[in-house]
Design a binder for this molecule. Structure first.
Ligand SMILES: C[S@@+](CC[C@H](N)C(=O)[O-])C[C@H]1O[C@@H](n2cnc3c(N)ncnc32)[C@H](O)[C@@H]1O
Length: 369
């Protein structure tokens, strides 16, 4: 009897147990041996071993309900389909897919949390519909040559931190049937200018007087760290611009190293201390319907991704209508490709009073680690 036959036949508890035995017995503990991982990869997957990080993601209801609603809205598309959950974690997306019609879901994860996920999936009665495989997606052997749908929650801070999208694209190219679906399938990164005088003053004050000593050489270094934090909407003082847009059906890994142009305009007389960035996500839907989507921007409900702030080298004294234009380049760090090297070049063109004094050009390098 093949795995497929068992799935077709499995309606009772006995076949359910048999299926799990077949999949577990025929599958080595992990398709990827931990000792083969380099230090960074080991640290990365270990960061997902513990339940707490999964609790944070599960409790992010904007995130988790978006997946649930996107699947429910597209029940007809999931019905009878083979689904691959890339980086299944605790199995939540696999269970949504199985509950709302998928014929069989394969969940893959390299972290030890998949051992808990197996128990959870069985406890909730999905042992006959969900097969969980431990290992790196790139190393596991799936029981199918092709799958109909890929679901994955791969997004990191600033969308691309962690570089997990590479794995989804690998899965797409290897396993997704022609015309198959990817949940989600569209995403974009956005930027705007913001005022954050308190942060700058607080940091500057601290480093200028550390128990009576001048530690100011640290000041430019702090400016190189992108900060992940919640940005209140009223400190955003420029228009926003879409930096990049990715269609998961066509994007290539090479596109994830990019230089993108942005241009925003000051909305009031104020100061611009930083560029705030966020991302938006959209799921597939049938033509004519409104897609399930969510934003991680300052105008939207809190998500665990918050926003990512890039402090500029100098404060820009802006008047309404002044423009801030530039480029943001981003690529995976050479030593650890889960980190991001980001460079922002900017040209601030003041229009109103003492325009030539206020106008300035500069650039800053950041390491997102
Ligand atoms: C952001 S979590 C999402 C977990 C779960 N899907 C959810 O929505 O709650 C990403 C998961 O993908 C796993 N992962 C990342 N890269 C992977 C790879 N190349 N192969 C297998 N698992 C991977 C991580 O271990 C982690 O558990």
């Amino acid at each position: 009897m093949t795995l497929d036959d068992i799935i077709e036949a499995s309606t009772d508890k006995e076949t359910l147990n048999r299926l799990n035995k077949v999949t577990l017995d025929n599958t080595p503990e992990s398709a990827t041996e931990k000792r083969t991982l380099n230090r960074f990869e080991k640290e990365y997957f270990e960061s997902y071993d513990h339940y707490e990080i999964h609790q944070e993601m599960l409790q992010d209801s904007i995130r988790t309900l978006a997946y649930k609603n996107a699947i429910i809205d597209n029940k007809h598309l999931f019905k009878g389909k083979i689904v691959l959950d890339v980086g299944c974690g605790t199995g939540i997306l696999s269970m949504f897919a199985a509950k709302y019609g998928a014929k069989h879901v394969i969940g893959v994860d390299m972290s030890d949390v998949i051992d808990n996920a197996r128990e959870i999936v069985n406890l909730n009665g999905f042992g006959n519909k969900i097969t969980l495989l431990k290992g790196k997606l790139e190393d596991v052997e799936l029981p199918y040559d092709k799958v109909d749908i890929i679901i994955s929650e791969w997004m990191g801070y600033f969308l691309l931190f962690e570089s997990m999208l590479d794995t989804v694209l690998y899965a797409r190219d290897k396993y997704l049937v022609e015309g198959g679906l990817i949940f989600p399938d569209k995403c974009s990164i956005h930027v705007a200018g913001m005022e954050d005088t308190n942060y700058i003053q607080e940091k500057t004050r601290f480093w200028k007087d550390v128990y009576g000593f001048d530690y100011s050489p640290f000041i430019p270094l702090i400016m190189k760290d992108p900060i992940v934090d919640t940005v209140e909407r009223d400190v955003v003082n420029t228009t926003s611009d879409r930096l990049i847009e990715l269609d998961l059906h066509t994007v290539q890994i090479s596109d994830l190293s990019f230089i993108a142009h942005f241009k925003v305009e000051a909305k009031r007389n104020d100061r611009i201390d930083a560029i705030v960035s966020w991302f938006d996500i959209e799921f597939p839907c049938i033509k004519g319907n409104i897609p399930v989507a969510f934003s991680t921007g300052p105008n939207s409900t809190y998500t665990h991704w918050k926003q990512t702030i890039f402090y500029l080298k100098n404060t820009l004294e802006c008047e309404s209508g002044d423009s801030l234009e530039g480029t943001l380049s981003c690529s995976p760090n050479k030593r650890n490709n889960r980190f991001l090297d980001i460079k922002i070049r900017y040209n601030f063109e003041a229009k109103g009073g003492i325009a030539n004094v206020r106008s300035t050009k500069n650039e800053n390098m950041y390491l997102m680690s």
